[in-house]
Design a protein. Sequence first.
Length: 370
Amino acid sequence: MSSTLTALYLRLTGLVERTKRWHWLWPPIGFAAGICSFFLVNRQQWLGGLLALGMMLAWLILIAEGLWSRLRRHRGQNALPRKLATFVAQLIQQETLCFTLPFFLATTDWASGQAGFTLLLCGATLLSILDPFYYRLAERHRWLYFGFHALCVFVVVLVTLPLLLELTTGESLLAACAAMSLFALPSVANLRIARGLVGGLAMIGISVMLGVGAWGARAWIPPATLWINASSLSPDFDAAARAPRGEMQLTPAQLSARGLYAYTAIRAPRGLSEKVYHVWRHDGEVVDRIALNINGGRSEGYRAWTHKTAFPQGSEGEWRIDVETMNGQRIGSLRFLVSDDPQQATLADSTISQPPGIPGWRITNLIPGL
């Protein structure tokens, strides 16, 4: 048994050494896989799920490597050299970040705190492909390296679980927080806080705090597999055709007389059922919160709408309709201005607009059979 493990160890070491020559290929491959999974999430969800499953298997291999190395060191045998283990971790982290980045770039509401999280992810991706900085982090700043590793675990679980297990955004976020806390434990051990019971409790406490902190900051985390495909404001609505109709200037008198429809088409993975909310805000204050149930699988997005008829006195000013998940993650927003002057008031003309950026692309139309 020992000779078999030794032979496997030598073969694995040789394979990793040969892979080093081609390590520059991993980031573009991971990014391409993420782009493909993003666009195939509805039309060919089995392929998107297969790519996500590959990412999870890669993480399991990385975890198994760490446990195996610890076991061999405990038995007095050679483990995978630290630099070699760091190289393997770097490959997996590059693949993870490049795979998940397209999802977050597409679903981020750039006018909110979500922009900070996605920019952090962009910075982490850049760090993972700059070898001098990455290896300096790994060797000299182990506590930062542990945080980097935890971030990678967090985002890969957040993106892959809705694709593979059809979990809601809230369930996936909770699982991602738990996974980050659990998988961070081996990395926290490198901090060498203290020995014995005190050290063990401190490591568990730090790991749990990471998960709790991520959950507390959920409003700043984009819902990676939900995005608005189209939106519109209108005075009337054709429920049979699920389409907005009519037009009016958004003056206080018109809103009091006719109300306002807010229409959104929300794209989600096939099989996913989730409750979302249209949160109506006037000058930043919440005045209404209306629940909607959506079902994933439609390439144009699940069409849902709300009709607000009760507008408060003094409704003039800036209005925003935030589309949020049950746990408060913002999917997108609709904005309009209410004014007594029809020339300044927003025109709600039933025009269905697509968001700028990746969600508005129709790249799947270029691929035959999709």
